[in-house]
Design a binder for this molecule. Sequence first.
Ligand code: SF4
Length: 130
Amino acid sequence: MAQTRLPNNPKPKEWLASDLSLQYVASYKPFVFVDGEGVRCSIYVSGCRFNCPGCYNKVAQNFHYGTPYTQELEDRIITDLSQSYVQGLTLLGGEPFLNTQVCLRLCRRVRQEFGHTKDIWSWTGYTWTS
Ligand code: SF4
């Protein structure tokens, strides 16, 4: 399995999507109001190693959970996002930054299709530092 390439007890900065992600999706929810501002389309990618106390979506910590990301799902998300009342896309999981193969592909498609007319939010266990 891919995880065998990791060192023992790797730290968050050592986690790599290329080692961990199976490019699985736990869920996709169009037209939701609870994952950011306005009406949004939310994709829940599978897999997370943070194991936060009280994790809101423990089942999605498993990288094997759900189904593979497909072109069909991506096209559906783009169609849903094209509705004028949809403000943007939300990435969550699971850990979006441990599934960058899926998330970057989708974000690039969103920018290609909509420019910056749709915003993109991500919920993550990582901390932003500048
Ligand atoms: S980062 Fe999110 S998905 Fe991962 S353990 Fe924490 S709450 Fe759960």
